[in-house]
Design a protein around this ligand. Structure first.
Ligand SMILES: [Fe+2]
Length: 298
C-alpha cells in the first residue's frame, strides 16, 4: 500500500508574513495543488493522501472552503490531521467538520482507520490551555488529552501502526543542521510522551509536521518523520510504501514541474536535508547511512 504525506500548506496565508523556512509561494497555491493532482494521476498506485496539519493559514470558513476545493480535486481519498493554524477561531473545529466531513472518518478529528494490515491513528494535538483552539499569544506546548490517549487503545488490529499528529516528534539532529543543539524540538515533555507511546503500542512510524523541515530519524521502535512545508520551495511531500514486510519513504519535489519561479535559501539546505533525511528503507540499511552532504537544490 502506498500513500503520500504532505504538511503545512497554509492555504489562504500571505507570502510575506508568517513562519516559514524557505520562500512561500501561496499566491500560486492553485498551481501547486494542480501539479500535485497531475502527479497523482501519473501515480495511480498511490492509495490515499494524508495532510499532517496547517492545511490553512487560519481556520476561517473561507480558507477551509479553499482547502476543500484543492483536496476534493485530488484523485484519491484524503485524510486530515488538524494543526495549530487550522484552529485559530473558536469555531474552527466545527467549521472543519461541517465543511469537509468527508476528510474526517466518522466526523471526528481524532480517528483511527485500517488500510490493509496497517493501523493509522490521527490525533489533533493541543497547543495551549484550550483544546482544539490555538491562541498565537500562548506558548506552544503540545499535549494530548486522556480521551486521545484512550483512542490509541480502541479496537482495530493492524500488523503495523502509524501515528500522525501535527507537532514534530523531535528536533532536527545536529548532524543534519550543523548546529549545536537539536533544531525546533517540541516544547515540554512531548518528545518523551511520543517515545512512550511508540514503545507501548509498538508504533512503526510517527508522522509530524509544524517545523516546515524534513526529518527522518530512527528512535526504536519507530521512525520519526516530518516534512518541509508543501507551499515553500521546493514544494515537497513524502511517498510511503508500507506493508507487513516493507516500510520505505522517499521525498518528492514538484519544483521543476511548476509554471512559476521561486527562490531557495541555500544557507538553509538542512531544511531539505541529507539523502538519509529524505529517504529510507527499513530493509535496506544502505539507504540509511548518514551523509554529510546536503542535497542539490534549485
Ligand atoms: Fe504548525
Amino acid at each position: 500500500m502506498k500513500f503520500i504525506y504532505l504538511a503545512d500548506s497554509h492555504i489562504g496565508g500571505s507570502d510575506s508574513a508568517g513562519y516559514c523556512q524557505q520562500e512561500r509561494s501561496l499566491r500560486y497555491a492553485r498551481d501547486i495543488f494542480d501539479e500535485l493532482r497531475h502527479w497523482l494521476h501519473e501515480h495511480p498506485e498511490v492509495d490515499f493522501m494524508i495532510h499532517g496539519g496547517d492545511m490553512a493559514d487560519s481556520g476561517t470558513g473561507a480558507n477551509i472552503l479553499q482547502a476543500k476545493e484543492f483536496f476534493a480535486a485530488l484523485p484519491c481519498p484524503c485524510f486530515l490531521a488538524l494543526g495549530n493554524h487550522d484552529l485559530t477561531e473558536t469555531d474552527s473545529l466545527q467549521k472543519w467538520l461541517q465543511i469537509v466531513p468527508e476528510f474526517f472518518p466518522e466526523q471526528q478529528t481524532d480517528y483511527s482507520f485500517l488500510q490493509g494490515d496497517v493501523r493509522f491513528d490521527i490525533l489533533t494535538v493541543h497547543w495551549g490551555k484550550q483544546e482544539f483552539f490555538w491562541d498565537p499569544s500562548e506558548a506552544q506546548i503540545p499535549w494530548f488529552s486522556d480521551q486521545q490517549f484512550n483512542q490509541l487503545q480502541k479496537g482495530l488490529c493492524g500488523k503495523r501502526r502509524i501515528l500522525i499528529t501535527h507537532a514534530p516528534p523531535c528536533g532536527l539532529p545536529e548532524a543534519q543542521t550543523g548546529l549545536q543543539n537539536p533544531l525546533h524540538p517540541p516544547a515540554g515533555n512531548f518528545e518523551t510522551i511520543l517515545q512512550q507511546l511508540a514503545e507501548e503500542y509498538s508504533l512503526d512510524l510517527i508522522l509530524g509536521a509544524h517545523n516546515h523541515m524534513n526529518l527522518a530519524t530512527r528512535s526504536d521502535p519507530a521512525w520519526l518523520v516530518t516534512s518541509s512545508a508543501f507551499s515553500e520551495t521546493p514544494f515537497e511531500f513524502k511517498l510511503f510504501e508500507i506493508n507487513d514486510k516493507k516500510l520505505c519513504m522517499e521525498t518528492i519535489s514538484l519544483v521543476n514541474q511548476l509554471p512559476f519561479r521561486s527562490s531557495y535559501d541555500h544557507q538553509k539546505s538542512y531544511v531539505q536535508g541529507r539523502p538519509c533525511d529524505r529517504k529510507f528503507s527499513e530493509n535496506d540499511p544502505q539507504t540509511n547511512i548518514s551523509s554529510t552532504q546536503n542535497s542539490i537544490l534549485p
